[in-house]
Write a protein that binds this ligand. Structure first.
Ligand SMILES: Cc1cc2nc3c(=O)[nH]c(=O)nc-3n(C[C@H](O)[C@H](O)[C@H](O)COP(=O)(O)O)c2cc1C
Length: 276
């Protein structure tokens, strides 16, 4: 059911809401792959899937002023569908990020979406929502790169990818029975992983790169608090924290974070001279 459901009251019965962000400009292979995941999630029970078609949101290209990052997202000079996208990502419990492989990368629609939320790489706001990455392609070339590009932005914003699926089927020739079967099994497995994570109540344990992301962003920001006031306002209340949100950080990662924190602060003081 790929209809656009925007129910601000949440799923009936207090279930989980999954938002499928579609980076394809039409109802093609990418939507079909996500619909297969949707069917599995529905079978798992207590999960509603909503679709966000990027083609319908009308996002404009980033103008490159850096205001969202330095001053705050409210200072962006572009007034388009960005806040609707943000509201729907805020409202979901988990997400599916999907894009076709267009010339060995994500679609232009998807890249615009990632750029418009770039400040979330500095100030993550979605931790620790589970997510899936889905890429479709005619053949194998560029599928891996597309899957990686799908995750780069959302992972830094705080989405935690629990699986990724690449589906290769030529738009004119299709795919063999064995490849189709394998792709369907991978989509079903991914749906099951997402469903299991959505219902998992164990404390969140961030991967090391996420701990280092936190420590390096905070170190840089607080060493030069005048440079990006929006980042400073975000990190000041986290001055004594181990992570963006309450989480189980392992002792070794905490130690690695401490080393990176110190190195980043030293680098920032030496390297960056504030602009007059
Ligand atoms: C503009 C364009 C560029 C594409 N580039 C590639 C490519 O580099 N490698 C590839 O394997 N498939 C490529 N394809 C095929 C698509 O990735 C594939 O058909 C995909 O499933 C399309 O998904 P969609 O139906 O949701 O648009 C391209 C298709 C289009 C329209």
């Amino acid at each position: 059911m790929a209809d656009d459901v925007a129910d601000p009251t949440g799923s009936p019965g207090g279930g989980k809401r999954v938002l499928a962000v579609i980076g394809s400009p039409h109802r093609g292979a990418t939507v079909r792959a996500v619909e297969r995941i949707e069917a599995r999630l529905r079978l798992a029970g207590g999960i509603e899937v909503e679709y966000l078609y990027l083609r319908d949101v009308g996002l404009e290209g980033c103008r490159g002023c850096f205001c969202c990052i330095a001053e705050g997202e409210a200072f962006c000079p572009v007034h388009d569908g960005r806040d609707e996208v943000l509201a729907r990502l805020d409202a979901c419990d988990g997400a599916i990020f999907a894009s076709p492989n267009y010339v060995q990368n994500v679609s232009g629609l998807y890249k615009t979406f990632v750029d418009r939320l770039a400040w979330c790489c500095h100030r993550p706001r979605f931790y620790p929502k589970p997510a899936l990455a889905v890429a479709t392609s005619a053949g194998p070339f560029g599928l891996k790169e597309t899957l990686a590009a799908i995750q780069t932005g959302p992972a830094a914003w705080g989405f935690v990818f629990v699986d990724q699926v690449g589906v290769a089927a030529h738009p004119r020739l299709g795919a063999g029975a064995a490849s189709t079967e394998m792709a369907e099994a991978a989509l079903d497995r991914a749906a099951e992983r997402l469903a299991a994570t959505l219902h998992d109540t164990a404390p969140y344990r961030p991967e090391r790169w996420r701990v280092l992301h936190f420590r390096s962003m905070r170190g840089l920001t607080l060493a030069r608090p005048e440079a990006c006031p929006a980042d400073t306002a975000y990190y000041l209340p986290l001055a004594d924290s181990d992570f963006f949100v309450p989480a189980r950080v392992s002792p070794i990662d905490r130690l690695a974070g401490l080393v990176v924190d110190r190195a980043v602060r030293r680098h920032a003081r030496r390297e960056y001279v504030p602009k007059p």
